[in-house]
Design a protein around this ligand. Structure first.
Ligand code: SF4
Length: 336
């Protein structure tokens, strides 16, 4: 199905629903394509005998499967759009993943080649462009480069895929590459790569053609400065809220317990807190808490820290806070 700038593969979903005779299916979409939800629902209803319910809850990734919504309406399956599955997660009901691809303009990839360093190039991308990796490899090979694509750990569904919480498809090949070509939108993933491996990162936006390389070094320095300031502020905190997410792919209760033990050994008091979406307004009600440590999606602390009245740290930053890691060894938080 072609809709807006997206190609959405719903044929596999139709086949799965019809073959399994699902009577009720919950559709879950990322915010960017929620505006097409009714068209998608109609397409599924026209091609099957099943009833559709649309989840209006947030959907941040494949870590955020709407199990609770599905159980509430007694759905037989969830149709989850826009993300690849996280292989090391399992669910109590069937999940049908449908890819949502954005147009990848190969001319922009060609233009990025002159920024690459060395011949051995690690390729990284997001779910929206993963099916273009073959073409990207062809372009690099034709131009005398040696592209390398790796699968990463068990959280990663396909070769070359990176998540905001997992860069193992590149860290696993860091000794074999001279530079990294990231194909995708936004700065978060290339910045995470820049902290993950000590190699030049060249980020090409395949929609706008923007190529980022030296700017990333500047952004990296700025981010380090910002995070250092937040960690310094957290040094005055005595009472910590250690947040655990109830989202299936973000829940790290063992890590939260370890952090609480570490804090205790350092004379700090801490309280485990649980929530689905981390809402700064709700957090501000807990006025006895001086600092939040988020074991949920790393992007909450790194992207949304401005919205919180108190410092919010990632688990890696707690190590720096407690003197177990140097700021020079700063990394993005990784979920394995
Ligand atoms: S935890 Fe965050 S970065 Fe990781 S998949 Fe979920 S939304 Fe993306």
């Amino acid at each position: 199905m072609r809709i807006g700038n997206y190609s959405i593969d719903l044929d596999f979903a139709l086949k799965e629903i019809n073959e399994n005779g699902y009577g009720k299916v919950l559709i879950q979409l990322p915010d960017g394509i929620k505006r097409y939800a009714t068209s998608i629902a109609r397409y599924i209803e026209d091609g099957t005998d099943c009833g559709i319910v649309i989840s209006s809850s947030s959907c941040y990734g494949a870590c955020d499967i709407a199990i609770h919504d599905a159980k509430s309406i007694r759905a037989d399956a969830i149709l989850h759009l826009g993300n690849l599955p996280i292989p090391n997660l399992s669910f109590p009901i069937p999940i049908i993943f449908a890819s949502v691809e954005m147009d990848t303009k190969m001319g922009f990839i060609e233009k990025s080649l002159k920024f690459l360093e060395g011949k051995r190039v690690g390729i990284a991308t997001t779910a929206q462009h993963i099916n273009c990796l073959g073409d990207i490899v062809d372009i690099l090979t034709r131009n005398g480069f040696h592209p390398i694509i790796s699968k990463g750990n068990d959280r990663i569904a396909k070769k070359g895929l990176v998540l905001g919480c997992n860069f193992t498809s590149i860290t696993s090949i860091q000794d074999k590459i001279d530079s990294v070509l990231f194909v995708g939108t936004g700065l978060f993933h290339p910045l995470g790569l820049a902290f993950a491996v000590d190699k030049p990162i060249i980020a090409v936006n395949p929609i706008t053609g923007e190529i980022t390389k030296d700017e990333l070094k500047v952004e990296k320095r700025k981010m380090l400065k910002r995070r250092f300031a937040v960690i310094e502020k957290a040094k005055n905190a005595n009472s910590f809220g250690v947040l655990v997410s109830s989202k299936p792919g973000q829940s790290r209760i063992g890590l939260a317990e370890n952090i609480m033990n570490e804090l205790k050994q350092n004379g700090k008091e801490s309280y485990m807190m649980i929530c689905d979406n981390i809402d700064p307004m709700q957090i501000s009600n807990f006025s006895e808490i001086d600092c939040i440590i988020s074991t949920a999606c790393p992007r909450i602390a790194l992207d949304d820290y401005c919205n919180f009245d108190i410092p919010i740290l990632t688990p890696v930053e707690v190590e720096i806070l407690l003197g177990k890691r140097e700021i020079s060894d700063y990394k993005f938080d990784t979920i394995y």
